[in-house]
Design a protein around this ligand. Structure first.
Ligand SMILES: [Zn+2]
Length: 696
C-alpha cells in the first residue's frame, strides 16, 4: 500500500513563512535538529488543532495574495508561489496523518473527525479560486513555450488538478461539489475507524488446549500473549487480522474454528453493531457518482482515471480481461488438487474459502516437499532489511547509516541517515516494522517531508510502516517470505522518495499516477525472490550459513504455486472496486450490489475478494477509488522491467543507472511512459506478467 489519502490530497501545499504566534507550539518553530525531523517528544495533542487552524489561515492569506497580485500572471509569481505556500499546514499535516495511521489513540481519532472536514473545505477553497485558475490558464497561453520542461509539466498538472477539482463548475454546482467533498471526507474517516474498531471488537477465544491442534508452539505463544493483552488470565486469542488469522488458517486442524475466525474476518464492517459500514459504502459510492456527473462525466471511474496511464475504465478492463480467465483456470486446477487431498484424507466436504490456506499448504508440502516454515530461520528481519540496503548500494551507490539521535515517535522505530554515492546527505529513512493495536493494518510508505530543489536543496524524510509480528523481549524477529517481500516492496517506495531529484515538490518522488506508483516498489520485490540474491543474503540466524541450495530450488519451483488463487482474489477486488465506481445510478443495497457482481463475473465460490466492500480501506478510506487495478498495471511494468536484470545481471550497472535516471529520481517531472521506454528501450506488455505468475 502507498500514501494515505489525506496527505496525498494536499501534498503540494508546501513552503513559505507564516506569521509568528505568541503561543509556544513546536510546529511554529524550527525543529532544531540536524535533519529537521519533527520533534515528536515535544508535540502534544493540544498543539495540533491550533497549528492546523493557524496553518489554514496563513495559507488562505497567501493564496489571496497570489490571486490579487497586480502583475501579469507568471510562473514565478503564481505557480512557484503556490509551491512556496502553506508551510505550516504541510508541517502539521505530515506529522498528524502519519501518527494517525501508525500510532493513533482515541484523542487523535477524535481530532481527525474535526480536522478532516476543515482540510477538505480549505482544499476546495483553493481549487475553486477562480482568480488563481485564470492565472494558471494565462500562463499556459502566454509564458508556456519559454518555460523549462519540468515547469511546463507542473503547469499542465496544476491546471488539470484544478479542473478535476471542480474549477470549471458553475457557481451553483460548486456549492454542491463542496458539500459532497465534505461529506465524503467525514464518511471515509468513519469508515476507517469502524474497520479498526470492529476488528478489535471480535476475537476467537480458546480455553481448551485440545482445540489448538496443528498449531506450532510459536503460533500458540503469540495467541497466548494476545489473550493476556486482552485481559484473560489464561487461554489463547486469535483475532480477525491477517497477522493472527493467516497462521491459524494455515495450520489449524480444527475446521469449525477455521470457519469461525475466517467469517469474523470477512464480516468486518458488516456486523449488526455501531461499526457497520454498509450504509457508508453505499453513500460514498453514490456521492462519488453525483460528483462525477456534476462535472460532466458518466461515472466516477471516468473522472478519476483521466489522469492515469490506463486513461479510462476501458483501459483497465482491457488489462483485467487478459488476465481473468487464465487466473480462474489456474485456480480451478489448484482447487482440484486440494479437493483430491480432502477425499484422500477420508473426508467428504467440498473445499471452502476457510480451507484454502490449510490445504494449499499441504499440497505445497507434498508437491514441492516445501514447508514455508523451513525458510524462516534464514529470514531474520534485520538481515533482510540490511540486504535491501545492500541492494540499494549496489544499484545506486547509496548507504544507510543507523543513527540513534534522530527523533522517533515510538520506541519500535529505527532511524537512518541515507548518504548518496558521493557520501553526501541524501535523506532520512525511518522504519516502523512491528504490529501494535495503535497501528492501522497493512504496510505503507509515507513522507514527513518531500524532496525539492527549486528554493534550495530540501531533502526527504521517508517512513516505512509494516505489521510484522513482534518477538518476545530479547528474541530476534523473523519474517515469513511474504513479509520479506513486503519489506522490499515498501523499501522500493522509500527509494522512490529518497532518490527523487526534481525541482518542484508537487512533482516529487511518489507523486506519480496511481497506476505507476507501485512500479518502483514492486520492482524491488523481484530481487528478494531471485535465488541468486537469496543465496547471498538469506543466512541462518544461528549458524550464519547461507540458505541451502536444495531449499532454494524447492522455493523457486514452488514460486508460481497458488498464483491462481492470489491472482483471482486480487482481480475480484479490482473488479469490485471498478464496479462501485462505474455505477451510473445510485446503489440501494451494499450486500446485494456485491452479490450481483460476483454472479456476473463468475466468482469461484472457493475464493473471496481480497477485500470485501465493508473493509476495503484502499477504496473507501485511502486514495485508490477506481484504482485498485493499479497494482497489476504496475506489475506489467515491473515484470517487464526486471526481465532485463535477470538477463543482464542482477546489478547491471548500465541498467541500474538508467533505472535511477528515468525511474527513481524523476518523480512526476516527465511523461511516465516515455521515461519507462527510455529506461527499458521498449514498451511493456502483459506477457512478462503472465509468465511470472505462471499463467501463460
Ligand atoms: Zn505499494
Amino acid at each position: 500500500m502507498f500514501k494515505i489519502s489525506y496527505i496525498f490530497l494536499i501534498s503540494f501545499l508546501i513552503l513559505s513563512c507564516s506569521e509568528e504566534s505568541e503561543m509556544s507550539n513546536p510546529f511554529y518553530e524550527d525543529y532544531k535538529n540536524e535533519f529537521q525531523v519533527p520533534n515528536f517528544k515535544s508535540i502534544k495533542i493540544d498543539h495540533y488543532l491550533p497549528a492546523f487552524e493557524e496553518g489554514i489561515r496563513a495559507h488562505e492569506k497567501e493564496i489571496i495574495n497570489i490571486s490579487k497580485n497586480n502583475e501579469n500572471p507568471s510562473f514565478e509569481n503564481t505557480i512557484a508561489e503556490l509551491e512556496r505556500s502553506g508551510e505550516l499546514l504541510t508541517k502539521v499535516t505530515a506529522v498528524f496523518y502519519n501518527l494517525l495511521s501508525a500510532d493513533t489513540n482515541d484523542d487523535l481519532d477524535k481530532l481527525s473527525e474535526k480536522i478532516g472536514p476543515k482540510l477538505s473545505a480549505h482544499r476546495d477553497s483553493l481549487f475553486l479560486n477562480e482568480k488563481i485558475f485564470k492565472r494558471l490558464k494565462s500562463i499556459k497561453t502566454n509564458e508556456y513555450s519559454s518555460l523549462s520542461s519540468e515547469q511546463q509539466r507542473l503547469t499542465d498538472e496544476m491546471i488539470r488538478n484544478f479542473e478535476m477539482n471542480g474549477a470549471n463548475l458553475s457557481e451553483q454546482s460548486k456549492e454542491r461539489f463542496i458539500e459532497i467533498n465534505k461529506k465524503l471526507t467525514e464518511l471515509s474517516i468513519k469508515f476507517d475507524q469502524n474497520v479498526l474498531k470492529d476488528t478489535n471488537n471480535s476475537e476467537l477465544y480458546i480455553s481448551d488446549e485440545k482445540e489448538l491442534g496443528g498449531l506450532s508452539e510459536k503460533i500458540k505463544d503469540q495467541a497466548k500473549r494476545l489473550a493476556k493483552n486482552k485481559g484473560y488470565s489464561s487461554g489463547w486469542v486469535f483475532n480477525p487480522t491477517r497477522i493472527s488469522m493467516y497462521p491459524f488458517l494455515t495450520s489449524s486442524t480444527n475446521r469449525e474454528l477455521r470457519e469461525q475466525l475466517y467469517k469474523m474476518y470477512v464480516n468486518r464492517g458488516k456486523n449488526p453493531n455501531e461499526f457497520n459500514n454498509e450504509e457508508i459504502v453505499r453513500e460514498m459510492a453514490n456521492l462519488r457518482l453525483e460528483k462525477a456527473q456534476l462535472m460532466g462525466f458518466t461515472n466516477h471511474a471516468e473522472l478519476s482515471l483521466q489522469k492515469t496511464m490506463a486513461k479510462s475504465s476501458n483501459g483497465v478492463n482491457a488489462l483485467l480481461n487478459q488476465v481473468w480467465e487464465p487466473a480462474k483456470a489456474m485456480a480451478q486446477e489448484e482447487i482440484k488438487d486440494m479437493q483430491d487431498l480432502i477425499q484422500e484424507e477420508g473426508n467428504n466436504f467440498a473445499l471452502q474459502a476457510w480451507d484454502w490456506m490449510h490445504y494449499s499448504e499441504k499440497v505445497r508440502k507434498r508437491k514441492y516437499d516445501f514447508d514455508s516454515a523451513e525458510v524462516q530461520p534464514y529470514l531474520e528481519m534485520d538481515t533482510i532489511r540490511d540486504s535491501a540496503f545492500e541492494l540499494a548500494n549496489r544499484l545506486f551507490g547509496i548507504k544507510f547509516i543507523q543513527k540513534n539521535d534522530i527523533p522517533k515517535y515510538h520506541p519500535d522505530v529505527d532511524t537512518f541517515e541515507v548518504l548518496d554515492k558521493n557520501g553526501d546527505h541524501l535523506g532520512v529513512f525511518l522504519t516502523d516494522y512491528f504490529a501494535r493495536p495503535s497501528k492501522q493494518g497493512g504496510a505503507w510508505m509515507n513522507t514527513f517531508r518531500d524532496q525539492s530543489n527549486f528554493d534550495g536543496r530540501v531533502r526527504p524524510i521517508v517512513l516505512n510502516v509494516c505489521n510484522f509480528a513482534k518477538p518476545n523481549d530479547g528474541e530476534k524477529a523473523f519474517l515469513t517470505f511474504e513479509h520479506a517481500e513486503t519489506l522490499f516492496h515498501e523499501f522500493g517506495h522509500a527509494l522512490h522518495g529518497l532518490l527523487s531529484d526534481v525541482d518542484y515538490p508537487y512533482l516529487s518522488g511518489t507523486s506519480v499516477t496511481r497506476d505507476y506508483v507501485e512500479f518502483p516498489s514492486q520492482l524491488m520485490e523481484n530481487w528478494i525472490r531471485h535465488s541468486d540474491f537469496l543465496a547471498e543474503f538469506a543466512k541462518h540466524f544461528e549458524t550464519g550459513k547461507p540458505i541451502p541450495k536444495r531449499l532454494l530450488e524447492k522455493m523457486s519451483s514452488a514460486g508460481t504455486f497458488n498464483q491462481g488463487f492470489a491472482t483471482t482474489e486480487y482481480m475480484i477486488a479490482s473488479m469490485l472496486d471498478l464496479a462501485w465506481h462505474t455505477i451510473e445510478s445510485p446503489v440501494e443495497n451494499t450486500e446485494e450490489f456485491e452479490q450481483t457482481l460476483f454472479k456476473e463475473i463468475g466468482k469461484p465460490v472457493e475464493i473471496d475478494s481480497r477485500y470485501g466492500s465493508t473493509y476495503f480501506g484502499h477504496i473507501f478510506a485511502g486514495g485508490y477509488a477506481a484504482g485498485y487495478y493499479s497494482y497489476m498495471w504496475s506489475e506489467v511494468l515491473d515484470s517487464h522491467a526486471f526481465e532485463i536484470f535477470d538477463k543482464e545481471g542482477l546489478y547491471d550497472s548500465e541498467y541500474a543507472e538508467k533505472l535511477e535516471d528515468f525511474v527513481y529520481s524523476s518523480g512526476n517531472s516527465v511523461d511516465l511512459m516515455n521515461q519507462y521506454k527510455k529506461f527499458r528501450g521498449e514498451e511493456p506488455n502483459v506477457s512478462s506478467l503472465l509468465r511470472k505468475r505462471g499463467l501463460n
